[in-house]
Design a binder for this molecule. Structure first.
Ligand code: COI
Length: 354
């Protein structure tokens, strides 16, 4: 077992932070001074290092580059008004990371590396957490196979890293969404529930086509009937119909079990709403729109938080919404942000102090 005091720590002489403004910083553009890196070799995790953020030197035969054994997580750290740093629900991401690892035939990462490594790294990088509404420090843990061999088989070696990136809002404005009829993201028995790199790489072609038509993202449909909605871009999707909340269920294993999705469901229940996790067809959505009972649509995700959807296009049918009149999604965001930024009591014990 690796103890907290075993970590090898090498700090930079001069921080890059002096030259960077953390106001309205774009998602994923800047990375902090340090990163965590650990190797898995001979059946065990080696001693973690926290060291200056730097390029990796990798062989062209690196297994992950050929066969995509690569997974990641997205987590955020926040600062309260007194400058105290805390991380939103890191244990939920830790569990999901290891469930992704199992699905991709990779070793699980122990808590003393994933959670304690993240905590130590953020303690060093506290100054990089922007103290501003809608801003945070995005935490990106990831793991990939690192055998230098191109036989198709699980690797013997892996690398686990954590990098950090200060960030402002991901989708700044309400979104226009295209319901995808041809391409699919995930199928029952596949790995749609895993946060595997391939799920994102495979999504880019359909997103690019939608973007050429002026849409921000696609709403994925099920692979068999192209009838039931799944995820929306990199987010889980929520539909409020007749004041009842519906979000696609997780039972088929085609949808990521979002931590923001789960937090949204909890908050909605506290607000007194009925939340149904179930199959939802595009016909049901269109029927509700035509009947005037489709109240609000939004996406949830770590990067995106709560993002309103102002337009949904299915075939030739366009559904548009006046998002300025919406109250439920903005209220969820207000309540969740109040917990994240330490302005409301953390009754759920979602925040982990750094
Ligand atoms: C996240 O919300 O953390 C995601 O995984 C989306 C990301 C790929 C930008």
């Amino acid at each position: 077992m690796i103890a907290a005091e075993d970590f090898n720590i090498t700090k930079v002489k001069q921080s890059k932070l002096e030259g960077i403004s953390l106001d309205n910083v774009p998602f994923g553009k800047y990375f902090t001074d340090h990163m965590l890196e650990v190797d898995y070799e001979n059946g065990e995790w080696q001693t973690p290092s926290i060291k200056p953020y730097q390029p990796l030197s990798l062989a062209p035969s690196l297994a992950a580059l050929h066969y995509g054994q690569a997974i990641f997580e997205g987590i955020k750290a926040y600062k309260d008004a007194d400058g105290n740093a805390s991380i939103f629900r890191p244990y939920d991401n830790f569990k999901r990371f290891n469930s992704s690892a199992e699905r991709m035939e990779m070793p699980v990462v122990p808590e003393e590396i994933f959670i304690e490594g993240m905590r130590q790294l953020i303690e060093i990088e506290k100054d990089w957490i922007p103290a501003k509404p809608n801003h945070s420090l995005y935490i990106r843990p990831f793991m990939f196979s690192s055998d230098e061999a191109i036989g198709v088989r699980p690797s013997d070696k892996y690398k686990f890293l954590i990098i950090l990136s200060p960030t402002g809002p991901y989708y700044a404005a309400p979104m226009r969404i295209y319901v995808e009829e041809k391409y699919v993201r995930a199928v029952q028995g596949g790995y749609g529930y895993a946060k595997a790199a391939g799920n994102y790489g495979g999504s880019l072609h359909a997103s690019a086509i939608a973007q050429k038509q002026g849409y921000d993202q696609v709403l994925w449909m099920d692979a068999f009937e192209h009838k039931y909605v799944q995820e929306c871009g990199t987010m889980n999707a929520f539909f409020i119909i007749d004041n009842k909340v519906i979000t696609p269920g997780l039972e088929d294993g085609t949808i990521l079990a979002g931590v923001t999705r789960d937090s949204t469901i909890e908050i909605l229940k506290e607000m007194g709403y009925i939340v149904e996790e179930r199959k939802l067809s595009i016909e049901e959505i269109m029927d509700a729109y035509k009947a005037g009972t489709l109240n609000e649509i939004f996406g949830t995700g770590t990067a995106a938080t709560i993002s309103l959807i102002k337009e949904l296009k299915y075939k030739d049918f366009i559904m548009t919404f006046d998002v300025d009149k919406w109250t439920i999604a903005p209220e969820i965001k207000t309540r969740m942000d109040a917990i994240k930024y330490g302005e409301a009591p953390d009754n759920h014990q979602w925040m982990m102090a750094v």
